[in-house]
Ligand binder design. Structure first.
Ligand code: SF4
Length: 367
């Protein structure tokens, strides 16, 4: 008989399983759920208030999937890069990014897939193609393990961003239950405003996310018009900018919330003032903020880091048009854990083949 995995179940599903399969009262589900998500239990032995007989039965018919922590690397700025072994032996990464100020707000950047199918040309992760989706348990285990580690030093994870390896909305099946457990009062108890899902622009899934659990949305923009965006992001060939911006305008944002647009600035490609003008026009009237991320070259990358002056000029254009724009200082350079570089794969020079694969994967996405 196959064992039921419990970490990835939503509270409602766990309750159902506890009453129907475990044959216990539903308050047991509350206890198990709290052990898993509030106290970070990794096995049933830790759940001391359940009673021995219940724990024994759980061991027979259920399991808890945990990632194996292989390595932690801490950079001088306090950024910690965790390398985990996923359930099928792959290596994935999670990054803890402390705030420099003393406001005690710290962010964890989690991965949602091993590799990524989207094939963005500037992104190291995209070069490997999609290997597989992470399960909800594997996503949540990243948070649990990182939390155990940082709490030893009196630090707390207050914000979570889905900006590590993978396109989270391409794995919405597992990302949604993970989000529910992160936001549930009896689970991690995080507010939806403290969680950000970053997407390359899968429109049907953006709509689904907005309906189910409207966390903060970040859009990987990277191009000011369809021609340039399609050049660096094959996903734009399927869902163009006009439709993407329309989906953003319809996203159920809470009061005083904004959509973040990530713009990786690449030298002599998308860093001209005219590009900034176009971005400003695109976002006009929308509660938006733009993060400008100077491209972080990796071995073999074809793009170059822009000059500081270019990035600042880009920022000025946006600001002059009333759009909040920040230059995001790359954290954790030392451990190669900056945005879009959470991967160990080597650069594959067969870019055309990668693009064709990405196109195929993107075309296959359904609602
Ligand atoms: S930028 Fe995001 S969506 Fe694009 S290939 Fe990289 S991980 Fe995938």
């Amino acid at each position: 008989m196959s064992q039921q995995e419990l970490r990835g179940l939503t509270f409602e599903k766990l309750q159902k399983w506890v009453t129907e399969e475990l044959g216990e009262k539903s308050y047991r589900a509350q206890q198990i759920y709290a052990w898993l998500h509030q106290k970070g239990a990794r096995d049933f032995d830790a759940m001391t208030d359940l009673g021995k007989a219940v724990r024994k039965r759980l061991e027979q018919i259920a399991r808890i999937d945990n990632l194996k922590l292989l390595k932690v690397h801490e950079a001088a700025d306090g950024t910690r890069k965790y390398r985990f072994e996923a359930l099928k032996g792959e290596s994935i990464e999670t990054v803890f990014i402390p705030r420099a100020s003393s406001d005690k707000r710290h962010t964890l950047c989690v991965s949602s897939q091993v590799g990524c199918a989207m094939g963005c040309t500037f992104c190291l992760t995209g070069r490997s193609g999609l290997i597989r989706n992470l399960t909800a348990a594997e996503i949540l285990s990243q948070v649990t393990e990182a939390r155990h580690d940082v709490e030893k030093d009196g630090l707390r994870i207050t914000n979570i961003v889905f900006m590590g390896m993978g396109e989270p909305l391409h794995n919405i099946k597992h990302v949604l239950p993970a989000l529910e457990n992160l936001c549930h009062d009896r689970g991690f108890g995080l507010s939806t405003r403290r969680i950000t899902v970053s997407t390359s622009g899968l429109i049907p899934q953006i709509k689904k996310l907005g309906k189910r659990i409207p966390v903060q949305l970040a859009i990987s923009l990277n191009g000011p018009d369809d021609a340039l965006r399609s050049e660096v992001m094959p996903v734009n060939e399927r869902w163009n900018l006009e439709d993407l911006i329309e989906a953003c305008r319809s996203y159920p944002l809470g009061k005083r919330r904004r959509i973040t647009f990530e713009y990786v600035v690449m030298a002599d490609l998308n860093d001209h003032k005219e590009h900034a003008e176009k971005v400003a026009k695109l976002l006009k009237g929308m509660p938006a903020k733009v993060n400008l991320i100077p491209f972080n070259p990796y071995p073999g990358s074809v793009y170059k880091r822009p000059t500081r002056a270019r990035v600042e000029a880009f920022q000025s254009v946006l600001r002059n048009r009333g759009i909040q724009a920040l230059i995001r200082h790359t954290r954790g350079d030392e451990v190669l854990a900056a945005c879009g570089t959470l991967s160990d794969v080597d650069y594959d020079p067969e870019a055309d083949q990668l693009r064709a694969q990405a196109r195929e994967a993107i075309q296959a996405i359904t609602d």
